[in-house]
Ligand binder design. Structure first.
Ligand code: PCA
Length: 206
Protein backbone atom coordinates (compact mmCIF):
# COMPACT_ATOMS: atom_id res chain seq x y z
CA UNK A 1 0.00 0.00 0.00
CA UNK A 2 2.91 2.31 0.58
CA UNK A 3 3.90 1.63 -3.04
CA UNK A 4 1.25 4.01 -4.28
CA UNK A 5 2.81 7.21 -5.54
CA UNK A 6 1.88 10.34 -3.62
CA UNK A 7 0.51 13.34 -5.47
CA UNK A 8 0.28 16.73 -3.79
CA UNK A 9 -2.54 18.62 -5.47
CA UNK A 10 -3.35 22.19 -4.53
CA UNK A 11 -5.96 24.79 -5.42
CA UNK A 12 -6.25 28.39 -4.29
CA UNK A 13 -8.70 30.16 -2.03
CA UNK A 14 -10.68 33.32 -2.70
CA UNK A 15 -9.04 36.51 -3.95
CA UNK A 16 -10.25 39.83 -5.27
CA UNK A 17 -13.74 39.47 -6.75
CA UNK A 18 -13.44 35.67 -6.94
CA UNK A 19 -15.33 34.52 -3.87
CA UNK A 20 -15.18 30.90 -4.92
CA UNK A 21 -12.01 29.81 -6.64
CA UNK A 22 -12.86 27.11 -9.21
CA UNK A 23 -9.38 25.64 -8.91
CA UNK A 24 -10.18 24.60 -5.35
CA UNK A 25 -13.66 23.36 -6.37
CA UNK A 26 -12.00 21.07 -8.92
CA UNK A 27 -9.42 19.81 -6.39
CA UNK A 28 -12.19 19.07 -3.86
CA UNK A 29 -14.08 17.04 -6.46
CA UNK A 30 -10.90 15.17 -7.37
CA UNK A 31 -10.20 14.50 -3.68
CA UNK A 32 -13.73 13.21 -3.06
CA UNK A 33 -13.65 10.90 -6.08
CA UNK A 34 -10.08 9.74 -5.44
CA UNK A 35 -7.62 8.56 -8.06
CA UNK A 36 -7.00 4.79 -8.18
CA UNK A 37 -3.48 3.77 -7.17
CA UNK A 38 -2.49 7.31 -6.20
CA UNK A 39 -2.26 8.67 -2.65
CA UNK A 40 -3.68 12.17 -2.90
CA UNK A 41 -2.67 14.97 -0.56
CA UNK A 42 -4.85 17.98 -1.30
CA UNK A 43 -4.68 21.44 0.18
CA UNK A 44 -6.12 24.89 -0.43
CA UNK A 45 -3.39 27.50 -0.55
CA UNK A 46 -4.02 31.14 0.39
CA UNK A 47 -3.50 33.72 -2.35
CA UNK A 48 -0.50 35.04 -0.44
CA UNK A 49 2.98 35.23 -1.95
CA UNK A 50 4.69 34.55 1.38
CA UNK A 51 2.42 31.90 2.84
CA UNK A 52 1.64 29.92 -0.32
CA UNK A 53 5.27 29.67 -1.47
CA UNK A 54 6.36 28.60 2.04
CA UNK A 55 3.55 26.06 2.32
CA UNK A 56 4.21 24.33 -0.98
CA UNK A 57 7.82 23.83 0.13
CA UNK A 58 6.63 22.28 3.39
CA UNK A 59 4.24 19.94 1.54
CA UNK A 60 7.02 18.74 -0.74
CA UNK A 61 9.40 18.15 2.19
CA UNK A 62 6.76 16.40 4.26
CA UNK A 63 5.26 14.08 1.65
CA UNK A 64 8.12 13.49 -0.83
CA UNK A 65 5.56 13.33 -3.63
CA UNK A 66 6.03 11.72 -7.03
CA UNK A 67 3.82 14.44 -8.51
CA UNK A 68 3.07 18.01 -7.49
CA UNK A 69 0.14 19.50 -9.34
CA UNK A 70 -0.76 23.05 -8.38
CA UNK A 71 -3.82 24.74 -9.84
CA UNK A 72 -5.28 28.22 -9.91
CA UNK A 73 -7.84 30.38 -11.64
CA UNK A 74 -6.99 32.24 -14.84
CA UNK A 75 -9.99 34.56 -15.02
CA UNK A 76 -9.23 35.81 -18.52
CA UNK A 77 -8.63 32.46 -20.19
CA UNK A 78 -11.09 30.41 -22.20
CA UNK A 79 -9.62 26.94 -21.82
CA UNK A 80 -7.55 24.89 -19.42
CA UNK A 81 -3.85 25.83 -19.62
CA UNK A 82 -0.89 23.61 -18.84
CA UNK A 83 1.92 25.92 -17.81
CA UNK A 84 5.36 25.19 -19.26
CA UNK A 85 7.39 27.80 -17.41
CA UNK A 86 7.57 29.61 -14.07
CA UNK A 87 9.50 32.89 -14.01
CA UNK A 88 11.48 34.29 -11.11
CA UNK A 89 9.52 37.52 -11.08
CA UNK A 90 6.83 38.78 -8.74
CA UNK A 91 5.04 41.79 -10.18
CA UNK A 92 1.60 42.02 -8.65
CA UNK A 93 -1.05 44.19 -10.35
CA UNK A 94 -3.17 43.95 -7.17
CA UNK A 95 -2.25 43.18 -3.53
CA UNK A 96 -2.44 39.57 -2.37
CA UNK A 97 -4.74 38.56 0.51
CA UNK A 98 -2.10 39.69 3.03
CA UNK A 99 -1.87 43.12 1.41
CA UNK A 100 1.54 42.40 -0.12
CA UNK A 101 2.13 43.84 -3.59
CA UNK A 102 5.65 43.05 -4.77
CA UNK A 103 6.80 45.02 -7.79
CA UNK A 104 9.56 43.54 -9.94
CA UNK A 105 10.93 41.38 -7.15
CA UNK A 106 12.56 37.98 -7.39
CA UNK A 107 10.45 35.10 -6.07
CA UNK A 108 13.69 33.26 -5.22
CA UNK A 109 16.47 35.79 -4.55
CA UNK A 110 19.19 33.30 -5.50
CA UNK A 111 17.17 31.40 -8.08
CA UNK A 112 17.43 31.18 -11.87
CA UNK A 113 15.41 33.43 -14.17
CA UNK A 114 12.91 30.65 -14.83
CA UNK A 115 12.26 26.96 -14.34
CA UNK A 116 10.55 24.57 -16.75
CA UNK A 117 7.72 22.31 -15.71
CA UNK A 118 8.73 18.70 -15.17
CA UNK A 119 5.28 17.40 -16.07
CA UNK A 120 4.89 15.67 -19.45
CA UNK A 121 2.62 18.46 -20.66
CA UNK A 122 2.48 17.56 -24.34
CA UNK A 123 1.49 13.99 -23.53
CA UNK A 124 -1.10 15.27 -21.05
CA UNK A 125 -2.50 17.74 -23.59
CA UNK A 126 -2.87 14.95 -26.16
CA UNK A 127 -4.78 12.80 -23.68
CA UNK A 128 -7.01 15.69 -22.68
CA UNK A 129 -7.86 16.31 -26.31
CA UNK A 130 -8.73 12.62 -26.71
CA UNK A 131 -11.16 13.07 -23.80
CA UNK A 132 -12.71 16.07 -25.55
CA UNK A 133 -11.31 18.62 -23.10
CA UNK A 134 -9.96 21.77 -24.76
CA UNK A 135 -6.48 22.62 -23.57
CA UNK A 136 -3.56 24.87 -24.43
CA UNK A 137 0.09 24.86 -23.48
CA UNK A 138 0.96 28.20 -21.90
CA UNK A 139 4.32 29.97 -21.76
CA UNK A 140 3.32 32.28 -18.93
CA UNK A 141 1.66 31.61 -15.60
CA UNK A 142 1.69 35.38 -15.03
CA UNK A 143 3.69 37.23 -12.39
CA UNK A 144 1.29 36.83 -9.49
CA UNK A 145 0.85 34.18 -6.80
CA UNK A 146 0.20 31.22 -9.14
CA UNK A 147 3.50 31.72 -10.94
CA UNK A 148 5.31 32.16 -7.62
CA UNK A 149 3.89 28.90 -6.27
CA UNK A 150 4.80 27.04 -9.44
CA UNK A 151 8.38 28.32 -9.18
CA UNK A 152 8.56 27.48 -5.46
CA UNK A 153 7.21 23.97 -6.10
CA UNK A 154 9.76 23.35 -8.86
CA UNK A 155 12.57 24.73 -6.74
CA UNK A 156 11.56 22.65 -3.69
CA UNK A 157 11.51 19.50 -5.85
CA UNK A 158 14.61 20.21 -7.90
CA UNK A 159 16.74 17.56 -6.20
CA UNK A 160 14.04 14.90 -6.60
CA UNK A 161 12.47 12.94 -9.44
CA UNK A 162 9.07 14.52 -8.79
CA UNK A 163 7.02 15.71 -11.74
CA UNK A 164 5.88 19.24 -10.94
CA UNK A 165 3.57 21.55 -12.79
CA UNK A 166 0.75 24.01 -12.80
CA UNK A 167 -2.70 24.00 -14.39
CA UNK A 168 -4.67 27.21 -14.80
CA UNK A 169 -8.43 26.69 -15.00
CA UNK A 170 -10.79 29.15 -16.66
CA UNK A 171 -13.86 30.54 -14.86
CA UNK A 172 -16.80 28.17 -14.19
CA UNK A 173 -18.83 29.72 -17.03
CA UNK A 174 -16.23 28.34 -19.43
CA UNK A 175 -15.32 25.07 -17.70
CA UNK A 176 -17.46 23.18 -15.23
CA UNK A 177 -15.44 22.24 -12.08
CA UNK A 178 -16.46 18.58 -12.55
CA UNK A 179 -14.88 18.63 -15.99
CA UNK A 180 -11.85 20.47 -14.60
CA UNK A 181 -11.51 17.73 -11.95
CA UNK A 182 -11.63 15.11 -14.70
CA UNK A 183 -8.91 17.02 -16.52
CA UNK A 184 -6.72 17.10 -13.40
CA UNK A 185 -7.08 13.34 -13.10
CA UNK A 186 -5.93 12.91 -16.71
CA UNK A 187 -2.89 15.13 -16.06
CA UNK A 188 -2.09 13.21 -12.86
CA UNK A 189 -2.38 9.83 -14.54
CA UNK A 190 -0.15 10.98 -17.36
CA UNK A 191 2.40 12.24 -14.84
CA UNK A 192 2.53 8.99 -12.87
CA UNK A 193 2.66 6.72 -15.91
CA UNK A 194 5.10 8.58 -18.18
CA UNK A 195 8.64 9.51 -17.31
CA UNK A 196 9.26 11.51 -20.47
CA UNK A 197 7.13 13.78 -22.60
CA UNK A 198 6.12 13.11 -26.18
CA UNK A 199 8.35 14.80 -28.74
CA UNK A 200 5.68 16.22 -30.98
CA UNK A 201 5.76 19.70 -32.37
CA UNK A 202 3.64 22.01 -30.24
CA UNK A 203 5.39 25.34 -30.00
CA UNK A 204 4.32 28.54 -31.67
CA UNK A 205 5.46 31.25 -34.01
CA UNK A 206 4.09 34.66 -33.00
N1 PCA B 1 -5.11 32.77 -9.61
C1 PCA B 1 -4.13 33.80 -9.40
C2 PCA B 1 -3.71 33.64 -7.96
C3 PCA B 1 -4.64 32.65 -7.35
C4 PCA B 1 -5.43 32.12 -8.45
O1 PCA B 1 -6.28 31.22 -8.36
C5 PCA B 1 -2.96 33.75 -10.38
O2 PCA B 1 -3.16 33.31 -11.52
O3 PCA B 1 -1.85 34.13 -10.02
Amino acid sequence: MTDRPTAVVTGFGAFGPHRVNPSWSAVELLRDAGVPDVRLVTEQLPVSFARATARIGELVAEHEPAVVLCTGLAASRDVLSLERLAVNLADAPVPDVDGAQPVDERVLPEGPAALFTTLPVKAAAARLQEEGISVELSLSAGTYVCNAVMLAALHASSATAARVGFVHVPPVERLDPARAAQALEVVLRTAVTRSTDTARAGGRVD
